[in-house]
Design a protein around this ligand. Structure first.
Ligand code: PLP
Length: 394
């Protein structure tokens, strides 16, 4: 075993599998391992590194803010915090009466959303929370209870109660929803499930039903947000207004940060003292997220994600591999459905050739490159991915 692997084995908690490699450096859309091998990074830390690695806007913001004011606790506010709150409200379309709660990760943003759901209790009559089967909302207890993957919950019961995982069909939603439901919480595209879209018309129907029954519609935009799907937030494609969204991953471009953004009346549910976080919304994290979102806007990266996503889907289809059954997703959140359970083998073959992609399950490949990719990266991806497909077929 290499030295770093034996150190992982000795020192790291055994919550993850053995890491694939030891990475030491990144620049743009590439990373390098400890042996100096270069990789095209088409996973971007699971849809996190929106600007790629070591982008000057990201580095500059962190450096400036760290040398000005990094952390103050929530007894105090700071200019970058208020700037980010206003920016998130504007980008999400929550200007009118919206509010922002800052956390430090996706799971924490969803914990806040779960507590928001509990506050919509209807004087005790609303005890049910609906989420979708095969959904992913994080690993902390509340977020894990929301997550619709029994395998991840195994060994951790009892979980916070009242959560019901329903099949992802309009019929199942119609059958489940009533006036005892506090919230419906869902991903607009199920990322961890292999980049799976909601059925046609689902969000519009969900909005109508939740409104009719006084249920909060909370959309988990943690993987889909910050421009990745070719919209600032994926729900915007459907022209609905939710009661809340949760964001994390891409908004910090590599800085750990999460947030709950509420719209309208849901913004008045939390009162002073009902939730909090020592680090949440600190000047360092919020200044970085401001710089990342500002650069996404300035450089037109939402539009780039839409256009490059179309281009990537076309080249993947054009390779014409019998292993590739379907190409899913929007913008630069792409799922490839495979005709055989070879996803792990295929992503390993890609890595051996210098391409980082990911296998969320046995028959799905997930691609989530930095939003800055252009023709050069797409060409490099195409030849590496074709070679990996050939190796697995052979
Ligand atoms: C990654 C993810 C989470 C959890 O985020 P963490 O930062 O890992 O806690 C929650 N929901 C979705 C949809 C995600 O993709």
């Amino acid at each position: 075993m290499s030295d770093w692997k034996s150190r992982v084995d000795r020192d790291m908690m055994r919550t993850f599998n053995m890491p694939i490699a030891m990475l030491t450096r990144g620049e743009g859309c590439h990373v390098w391992d400890a042996e100096g091998n270069r990789y095209l990074d088409f996973l971007a830390g699971i849809a996190v590194n929106a600007l790629g690695h070591a982008h000057p806007a990201f580095v500059g913001a962190i450096t400036r803010q760290a040398s000005t004011l990094a952390h103050v606790s929530n007894y105090f506010s700071s200019p970058p915090q208020l700037e980010l709150a206003a920016r998130l409200k504007r980008l999400a379309g929550a200007d009118e009466g919206g509010r922002v709660y800052f956390a430090n990760s996706g799971a924490e943003a969803n914990e806040a959303a779960f507590k928001l759901a509990r506050l919509n209790h209807g004087d005790g009559s609303r005890t049910r929370v609906l989420t979708l089967e095969n959904s992913f909302h994080g690993r902390t207890f509340g977020a894990l209870a929301l997550t619709g993957k029994p395998a991840l919950q195994e060994g951790f019961h009892p979980l916070p109660g009242g959560v019901e995982h329903i099949p992802t069909t309009i019929e199942a939603l119609e059958a489940a929803i009533d006036d005892r439901v506090a919230a419906l919480i869902l991903e607009p595209i199920k990322g961890e499930a292999g980049v799976i879209d909601l059925p046609e018309g689902y969000l519009a129907r969900a909005r109508a039903l939740t409104e009719a029954h006084g249920v909060l519609l909370i959309i988990d935009e943690i993987q889909t947000g910050a421009g990745r799907t070719g919209e600032w937030f994926a729900f915007q494609r459907d022209g609905i207004v939710p009661d809340a969204i949760t964001v994390a991953k891409g908004i910090g471009g590599g800085m750990p940060i999460g947030a709950l953004v509420t719209f309208g009346a849901a913004s008045e549910l939390f009162g002073p003292g009902q939730h909090g976080s020592t680090f949440g919304g600190n000047p360092l994290a919020t200044a970085t997220a401001n710089a990342v979102l500002e650069e996404i806007e300035r450089a037109g990266l939402v539009q780039n994600a839409a256009a490059r996503g179309e281009q990537l889907r076309a080249v993947i289809t054009a390779i014409g591999s019998p292993i590739v059954e379907e190409v899913r997703g929007h913008g630069l959140l792409i799922g490839i459905g495979l005709s055989a359970p070879v996803a792990a083998e295929l992503s390993a073959a890609a890595f051996d050739r210098g391409l980082i992609i990911n296998a969320p399950n046995a028959t799905s490949i997930r691609i989530a490159p930095p939003l800055i990719i252009g023709d050069a990266e797409i060409d490099e991806f195409t030849s590496l991915f074709r070679a990996a497909l050939d190796a697995v077929q052979a």
